[in-house]
Design a protein around this ligand. Sequence first.
Ligand code: UD1
Ligand code: CA
Length: 526
Amino acid sequence: MTMPQAEQHIPSPHPAAESAAPGSAARPTAVIVLAAGAGTRMKSATPKIMHPMGGVSMIGHALAAAKGLDPHHLVAVVRHQREKVAAHISQLEPAAVIADQDEVPGTGRAVQAGLQALTAAGAPAETGTVVVTYGDVPLLTSPMLAELVSTHEAGGHAVTVLSAVLSDAAGYGRILRSRDNPQDVLGIVEHKDATDEQRSITEINSGIYAFDAAVLNRALAQVTTENAQGEMYLTDVLSIARAEGGRVSAVVTEDRWQVEGANDRVQLQALGAELNRRNVERAMRAGTTVIDPATTWIDSTVTLEEDTTILPGTQLHGATHIGRDAVVGPDTTLTDVIVGKAATVTRVHGSGAQIGDGASAGPFTYLRPGTVLGEEGKIGAFYETKNVEIGRGSKLSHLGYAGDATIGEFTNIGCGNITANYDGENKHRTVIGSHVRTSSNTVFVAPVAVGDGAYTGAGAVVRKDVPAGALALSIAPQRNAEGWVQAKRPGSSAADAARASDARAGDAGESDGRSAHAQQNTKNSD
Ligand code: UD1
Ligand code: CA
């Protein structure tokens, strides 16, 4: 049995907790996250609590909030779609104890299953504080839980419930308070079991609690299924604890979002939008300029340095990181992209990429996984890149594809260059050195290497390695078949235009009266 340790206090906003006796606001013995419910209103093959918002599943948010309390044990109670849910939880939190709820329904049974799983794991939760939360309440935060726990422990309560006052309380359990001593909570009555008078109460049970572990264990043994729903209600623990002489109290939160659950996709969207609003606001308070919060989506997992600017229509997902002074957007979607300091990223769709300090990407650029753009480098308009390392100061400015390639420093890749990396069966690498200049429409037929300082001619198809400093030419010399159009396309508008051009050139002779067009024509046929 692990004992709470005073030196492992987590910071708490409650001065009362800080001044409490050592051990009274310590690490909770356990947080039990309930996740056995069916979630049928989601109408989804994906378990409800695995639906994401802000880049993290709902249960992921719930586990993160729980973990923020640094509990001795983290428990998740599962039943519906058990295999998928348990695997997902174990992936997020390998140390979490997975508890299986049996066929007896109800939140009380779920918590009992959590406690039994701890006992089975050799870590019975018989002393200290046990916190209960829900897997489908994604906006709940660790500071809110810490406040609940510190109030609970500072007051020496048997149970402390997190409550909220809602204008529409229908469906929720209602908090019953003592008339003489309104600080005291008498119990919770479920909506379905409540009288009309009780249903007029607007203070609701969020379903999130701090329990004295010993009281919780004892009380659950007395909970029955004798109620309107035939379930073991966890809420019955409150009146049982009180009957035992324990103090039962409530922390009322004004932040209703933190206690709101998502049961269907409409609620999922509403909570997701609020989560995003909070993420965007947090970024702004931490030094990011966001021009249009309404069209900016920032996952909970994204990090931004100070003095970053996010332009409208931008979505930042996953492990994306934005470096200081970088400007991202408009209309940019980045997933797991590291953006360097003072980089600009304009109308880019990117994933698994790195953009170096002072580098630029976009507009209309598709950065695929493995793209690493060096500092001061550029991947310009209408470029697609994948698995390509581009050295410092190198530029791929317009219209092309670079895949499975290594490009050195200060190289300029001309317009429309393509790495032909796929032979229909296998992928091959293109290696291009530093200070290389490639002309428009060069195709690199991989595997192929181009040495430092080499050039390519326009339209070159580079099939053989190019030595350093060489000019690679692969296009056959141009030959003009004079008069071909008038001979082969007589009467066409092209033939008419050619004849008119010839006539003008004839009239003008060698004089300066020739049109620019005619001069051009003459030059080309030289
Ligand atoms: C419960 C509370 C109610 C409170 C409401 C807040 C009880 C008896 N009632 O209502 O007072 O206002 O939450 O949302 O506790 N779960 C299990 N196993 C079960 C049943 C539920 O793990 O057998 C989990 C669900 O996955 C969910 C949570 O417990 O995460 C709440 O279940 P739900 O059915 O939504 O809540 P109610 O019982 O209606
Ligand atoms: Ca229920």
